[in-house]
Design a protein around this ligand. Sequence first.
Ligand code: HEM
Ligand SMILES: N[C@@H](CC(=O)c1ccccc1NC=O)C(=O)O
Length: 288
Amino acid sequence: MTESSTARQNERALEEGIHTDLREKMTYGSYLQLDRLLSAQEPVSDPEHHDELLFIIQHQTTELWLKLVVHELLAARDLIVADQLQPALKRIARVKHIQRTLTEQWSVLATLTPSEYAEFRDSLGSSSGFQSWQYRAVEFLLGNKNSRMLTVFETEPESHRQLAELLEQPSIYDEFIRHLARQGHPVPQELLERDVRRAHTSHEGLVEVFRAVYENPEEHWLVYESCEELVDLEENFQLWRYRHMRTVLRIIGTKQGTGGSSGVGFLQKALDLTFFPELFAVRTEIGR
Ligand code: HEM
Ligand SMILES: N[C@@H](CC(=O)c1ccccc1NC=O)C(=O)O
């Protein structure tokens, strides 16, 4: 028989070299523990609602990406502590791409209509994204510290422990400011000795440090570039918050949240928060 008579139309032939006997071998499924991963989607609605799977997967994929964001931000912070800004920027660049993916992902959930969601919302009880410890970990790492956020994790000791640890530790911004001081920038002493368990608030002295950097970028190129990367991180974070708030608005209007908050009004207030206030304040000063 000729090759052409055995070849099946519009089907790719397996190449000789492709491993087909995978007994005792590491496989795709075993390496990625797909049996565990894919058995972790258990809708609670009864009878099961078709759209609850979308809801679960949207959250689970977000949590997986948040796991990587935490991992990269911890690495970036360690590198800043070691005065290695360039490799830290590499970690931050990755985080920025993940943030874009997460923001874009809201469009998938936006296909859930208010009517569909209302059919299984009651099954969610008092569970809420407000109880995402990884989300809170990212906020803490970027400097939005708030010890009151820990209270909802008292029934989850391991999450509580990790968040309490991050609350006590300096944020990426705290470490960046310390790095600037080590490089000889005139950073106000107050900022170097601040209580890192509290949210950072804007300091005029730090705006002046950044003014010097932004007025002479060539002399401070790496710091200048790092400042702009931090601005991107904050901007991306705000875009995620905004898309969340708008998605919530289109799905539940201004109903109260399952977490007990006022809902959209509460989410809107988060848009007034800022991680790196001086990096925005300095923009007003440039060219004056
Ligand atoms: C139908 C979709 C969703 C609705 C209606 C919704 C609604 C809400 C509401 C009302 C809150 C305020 C807290 C409360 O009272 O519950 C909240 C908080 C939160 N949600 Fe969602 N959400 C949705 C999807 C998501 C998804 C997919 C994520 C991704 C993990 C998420 C993550 C969060 C986080 C992290 C908070 C805390 C925000 C903060 O503290 O500022 N939500 N959500
Ligand atoms: N807070 C949402 C419920 C919700 O979205 C949710 C429920 C359980 C687990 C994660 C959730 N996502 C974000 O808040 C609501 O009020 O409908």
